[in-house]
Design a protein around this ligand. Structure first.
Ligand SMILES: Cc1ncc(COP(=O)(O)O)c(C=O)c1O
Length: 360
């Protein structure tokens, strides 16, 4: 009999349920996890093929070459980059290092679920601040700060809403936030934003209490390899490097990450394609009477409020056709479905299926 007990707060976690991968049909179009369904750059596939030679070796635990490639592509100091097994791991490391029982982790109402889950996982108290029109509201975040607040997470653009706040709002939030509260800007979808008033927030890192998170899972198209990084002030990088495992990122991810981040031409092409397809998908869905909330990312949040149809029925219909999208009830959005922008052909199939659904 197992008598050893876990921390009570672990049992309070409602586990994260990722986007479905199977539909029970032969053909599957998976638009449920905001992946780049066009896949990675051919240069990444080449790096992957060669990386197998190093399977018996541990990685270089400093990850210098990868950090230099990231630094070169983003114009940031490699010593301030900490890599992780997905940006998920960096979220976990930050909460592990800076929060815990008695501390509060603050995020926006419809913010990415892992902030809540990792806060609970380390015994901290998750706190969410109301949004206005499905958008992060910096004033409501600031109003929710208490003496116990250690970390504030802002996904920008946010998943699952697709909305974002401007550089000006981000700077105002930082300026009005207590100096000893760490602001974590999760820029997982920043590459998709096409607005000069937007900033991923790297310019805030120098002041010492802001971290910017990035991922290789979205525009770079290598979610399976689990690779992300944080752009951190030196003191935070030092803390995360103590807290992380010595070989937390594997050799294949390192090789592919280097090839991916060096191919910014591919990133540019993916951005252009996705933005064009996002506009086309939104226009078609609007014509069908489905609300499409403005999105700056590689997905759209749709709403079936006034259509006389439900999101659950749409989801079931799509699943029958082998098209997997994401229900977002967990985010408090029961009338909504989040749909990843796929390739042109995938989007065509989605639009055809949804127009059949609406006409039925
Ligand atoms: C806002 C946001 N942050 C972080 C992540 C995690 O990404 P990664 O695959 O790098 O762990 C996701 C993934 O969906 C996300 O949507």
């Amino acid at each position: 009999m197992l008598t050893v007990q876990p921390h009570h707060y672990i049992l309070e976690i409602k586990p994260y349920v990722g986007g479905k991968s199977k539909a029970g049909t032969k053909r599957v179009i998976k638009l449920s996890s905001n992946e780049n369904t066009a896949g990675p750059s051919p240069k990444v596939m080449e790096a992957m093929a060669n990386a197998g030679e190093k399977l018996f070796r541990y990685p270089d635990g400093t990850y210098l070459e990868l950090r230099e490639a990231i630094g070169g592509a983003h114009g940031i100091d490699p010593s301030r980059v900490v890599c992780g097994t997905g940006s998920d791991e960096i979220i976990a490391l930050l909460i592990h290092s800076y929060a815990g029982p008695g501390a509060e982790v603050l995020y926006s109402q419809h913010g990415f679920l892992m902030y809540r889950i990792y806060a609970q996982s380390f015994g901290a108290t998750p706190v969410s601040a109301p949004e206005k029109n499905l958008r992060t509201d910096i004033h409501s975040l600031l109003a929710a700060v208490t003496p116990k607040t250690k970390l504030v997470f802002v996904a920008n653009p946010n998943n699952p809403t697709g909305s974002y706040i401007s550089r000006e709002e981000l700077h105002e939030l930082r300026a009005k936030l207590r100096q000893d509260v760490l602001l974590v800007i999760d820029a997982a979808y920043a590459e998709y934003v096409d607005d000069p008033s937007f900033s991923a927030g790297d310019e805030l890192v120098a002041a010492g209490n802001t971290v910017v998170l990035r991922t290789f899972s979205k525009i770079y198209g290598i979610s399976a390899l689990r690779l992300g990084w944080g752009h951190c002030p030196p003191a935070v990088a030092d803390v995360l490097n103590r807290a992380r495992g010595p070989f937390n990122v594997n050799n294949i991810a390192v090789a592919c990450g280097i090839a991916a981040v060096k191919d910014q031409e591919y990133v540019r092409r993916m951005r252009e394609q996705t933005i064009a397809e996002r506009g086309r998908v939104a226009e078609h869905l609007n014509k069908l009477g489905i609300i499409v909330h403005p999105s700056a990312a590689n997905f759209v949040l749709t709403e079936f409020a006034e259509t006389g149809k439900t999101a659950a029925a749409a989801n079931a219909f799509l699943l029958e056709q082998g098209i997997i999208v994401r229900e977002v009830m967990e985010y408090g959005l029961p009338r909504h479905l989040r749909i990843t922008i796929g390739t042109r052909q995938e989007n065509d199939e989605l639009l055809k299926a949804l127009s059949d659904f609406m006409a039925a």
